[in-house]
Design a protein around this ligand. Structure first.
Ligand SMILES: Cc1ncc(COP(=O)(O)O)c(C=O)c1O
Length: 371
């Protein structure tokens, strides 16, 4: 069909621009994986796996929920996990989502209406952008971490809208830098806004109990929506939002990615609970990750605020070539390209994990030196 040419042409253009995506072969485990979000190394913790499976044999959790939580998919495990998280954050309420993507898309689109304004950091994750697009709100982006710009937008626009949502990640997924939560709270209070913080890359990794940057900065109570995900440091699947009872009830009634989907399987929830109970005890892993990240960044002559260390290369082609060279030398690290990151900033995004040793990373320095 003639009309299908459009799709062929788009794929050809992506290929011509070195921006074509395909699934990489899954490696046999011989390469050192530098692009997984398994920050605490829990995905390969055999002791945890064995203990959980022993518990599973005693309790036999279901493998599927077979319907939405609003029908028969709501299990004891779902309720237990929400209570565990709400108690950990000493917050009124918690609501689970099937993934961080579901959470951001479903929460933002449900809460922000035509009368509202969403102001988001320029580099927030695609799921936040998609949630904002699906809402009927006006959307303005502020320059990355530029809170003067944010304040100027607020000064000019606050009066024209009913509710204003300020949205940021805490640790930014592709840059590893960190939002100034205190400053965001100050602005939220000054301009009477709602503050939404995505902790996908901080949950598990930061704070004395692993509750994220919000715990580290002791600001949990000041933030209206704290989103965390289980598919990264927690080595499970799913996501949650910490919020007030009012918002929880509203989301249960209006959040389409929660209502119109099969609930997470109880077996996954049980695994998440198992890991979360261990989370406060994992300070050694968190400290190890922190010192490894600093050592690695220093090796690359960079500074870092987190365990995500971007090495910006520029063109797609050069980023692909470096990734291939690193693979030939024993490392899995895929190039990150537009639209995940802005055009012209293709990069290698090193995400470290607490099981690594700096000695394993030494060869990378020389490979990256050759431009
Ligand atoms: C900041 C941020 N939020 C949300 C998500 C989506 O989370 P999930 O992988 O659980 O859908 C990601 C991960 O890709 C992310 O980086």
């Amino acid at each position: 069909m003639e009309t299908l040419n459009r799709y062929r042409e788009i794929l050809e253009t992506l290929k011509a621009n070195d921006n074509y995506r395909s699934f990489p072969e899954s490696d046999s485990g011989n390469l050192l994986n530098l692009c997984s979000n398994d920050y605490l190394g829990l995905n390969s913790n055999k002791e945890f796996h064995d203990n959980f499976l022993a518990e599973f044999k005693r309790k036999t959790y279901k493998f599927s929920s077979c319907s939405s939580r609003l029908l028969s998919g709501n299990s004891i495990e779902h309720t237990k996990l929400e209570k565990l998280l709400a108690d950990s954050y000493q917050s009124e309420a918690c609501l689970l989502y099937n993934s961080g993507y579901h959470a951001n898309v479903g929460i933002i689109s449900a809460l922000a209406s035509k009368k509202d304004l969403i102001i988001a950091d320029k580099l927030v994750h695609a799921s936040i952008i998609d949630g904002a697009k699906l809402s009927n709100a006006t959307v303005i982006r502020f320059k990355h971490l530029d809170y003067l710009h944010l304040e100027n937008i607020l000064k000019k626009n606050r009066k024209n809208y009913e509710n204003v949502f300020i949205i940021s990640e805490s640790i930014f997924s592709m840059d590893g830098d960190i939002a100034d939560l205190e400053r965001l709270i100050e602005l939220k209070q000054k301009y009477n806004c709602l503050l939404y913080i995505d902790e996908a890359h901080a949950f598990g990794v930061r704070g004395n109990n692993g509750l994220g940057c919000v715990e580290e900065s002791q600001v949990i109570n000041e933030i209206d929506f704290i989103v965390g995900t289980f598919g990264k440091a927690i080595a499970s699947i799913g996501a949650f939002v910490i919020c007030s009872n009012l918002f929880r009830q509203y989301l249960i009634n209006h959040s389409r990615s929660l209502i119109f989907t099969t609930a997470l399987p109880p077996i996954n929830i049980a695994w998440t609970i198992y890991i979360l109970k261990k989370l406060p005890e994992l300070n050694q892993e968190r400290e190890k990750l922190k010192s490894l990240s600093m050592q690695f960044a220093k090796m690359l002559n960079r500074e870092t605020q987190s365990h995500i260390i971007p090495f910006i290369i520029g063109t797609n082609k050069n980023a692909i070539d470096k990734s291939i060279e690193l693979k030939q030398n024993g490392f899995t690290i895929l190039p990150i390209r537009y639209p995940t990151v802005p055009k012209g900033t293709a990069r290698l995004r090193f995400s470290l994990n607490a099981n690594m040793d700096i000695k394993q990373l030494i060869p990378i320095k020389n490979i990256l030196k050759k431009q």
